[in-house]
Every structure is written in structure tokens, then in C-alpha cells.
Design a protein around this ligand. Structure first.
Ligand code: MN
Length: 215
């Protein structure tokens, strides 16, 4: 029997004749031509039945992509305060092309609502093995604990994700690590609400999509 493709769940949940979300190019698709570069992350603000922030990390390690974005939904979004624990629910792998998606998903489609790119940048794994080599992201995920350095425009520094239950439990906790980028006084979720890609608010994405549909 064929091994399930990591994007099967993503593809099964969506009707691509209805949703503007990317269908993805499938296995091995590279987001950039730079195979030596660091992998990227994105945080998408998603005003669905309830507002949340989708945190996505390019799979693989050190630029060796496996064609997917590992994903969590964070209801309250990122904090820069190390004393704040934020619930993060693991969700299905998304195609790499999803990282640049902004738009409106029809209400009757899975995840219906407005999406904008709230922050994006490169990341690196902080966890290393005994030889000092970075532990690949999939191994960190199956360990139930991962630490990454995020280099975004709003979010920078180390973050830890820890699974609260056993293997397969969807509940994780996202915590800012106590490093030089930690800052309990910032609250970027409320002070910097708009798209880092286009500068648009959720309302502006909705308005422009509605105009596009009419035109
Ligand atoms: Mn979402």
C-alpha cells in the first residue's frame, strides 16, 4: 500500500473549484531555489469561525524541503513575554505555496474566512544532537518538543513548542524563550495587526477581494 502523502488531509478537506487556496504542486516542490539557505516560517492571521493565528514551519531541515509546511493554530497568537503560555493546536500539513496566501475562503468551505500574512521570515532549529548538528524538524515534532529561532519582522528570537499529551495529541504550548528578544512590554498581536506582505488589514483584504469578484 502506498504511504500516505503528507498533503492528503489538506487536499481532502478542500474543494479547489470553490476555494482560492493553493492546491500545491505536490512532492518535492521547493519554495525557493536556495537549497543552502535557511528554511522559512509564516504566521497567518485567520478570521474564521474564531480568530486564530496559523503558525507554519517549512518542513525538512537546512533547506532540505519535504514539500510541506508543518502547522499549528494558535488562538491567541504569539506573545513576546516568556511568562505567557499560548495554546497551539497542530493542524494538517499545508503546501509550501500556502505561505504567501492572502484572501477570502468561502464561508461554506473548510476554514472559511479571511487570511492575511501577519509575519514571515527565516527560522533555524535550536535543538542540536551530541555532535552539534541541528535535529531535523520532523524528529523534533515526533519528540513532542521543538525549539526554533524565528527571524521575522514582528516576531524574533527563540520559541519553544511542547506537546502537552502523548504522541498524536494535537495540544501544544507555545512559549517565548527567555533570550535577548524577549520583551514583556510588547504586544504585537494588538499593536501590529496588519499584513507584513501587503500592509492590508483583514477588512481591506475582504473589501479588495469583494471588488475583485465584482470586477
Ligand atoms: Mn486557520
Amino acid at each position: 500500500m502506498d504511504k500516505d502523502h503528507p498533503l492528503d488531509e489538506y487536499l481532502e478537506k478542500r474543494d479547489f473549484s470553490e476555494t482560492p487556496e493553493p492546491e500545491g504542486e505536490g512532492e518535492g516542490k521547493k519554495a525557493s531555489g536556495d537549497s543552502q539557505g535557511e528554511p522559512f516560517f509564516v504566521i497567518q492571521k485567520h478570521d474564521a469561525s474564531s480568530l486564530h493565528y496559523d503558525f507554519r514551519l517549512e518542513g525538512g531541515v537546512g533547506g532540505v524541503e519535504d514539500g510541506t509546511l508543518k502547522s499549528w493554530a494558535v488562538p491567541k497568537g504569539f506573545s513576546t513575554d516568556p511568562s505567557e503560555k499560548r495554546l497551539a493546536l497542530s493542524t494538517e500539513d499545508h503546501p509550501l505555496e500556502y505561505a504567501e496566501f492572502e484572501g477570502v475562503i468561502p464561508e461554506d468551505e473548510y476554514g472559511g474566512g479571511t487570511v492575511l500574512v501577519w509575519d514571515a521570515g527565516l527560522y533555524r532549529n535550536l535543538k542540536t544532537d551530541d555532535d552539534g548538528n541541528a535535529v531535523p524538524l520532523p524528529d523534533q515534532i515526533s519528540d513532542g518538543h521543538l525549539t526554533v529561532w524565528l527571524q521575522g519582522e514582528k516576531i524574533t528570537g527563540g520559541y519553544a513548542l511542547t506537546r502537552t499529551g502523548g504522541n498524536g495529541d494535537e495540544r501544544w504550548l507555545l512559549v517565548k524563550m527567555d533570550d535577548a528578544e524577549a520583551d514583556a512590554r510588547r504586544n504585537p498581536v494588538s499593536t501590529e495587526p496588519d499584513s507584513v506582505l501587503t500592509g492590508r488589514s483583514l477588512e481591506e483584504v475582504r473589501e479588495e477581494e469583494a471588488e475583485g469578484a465584482e470586477g
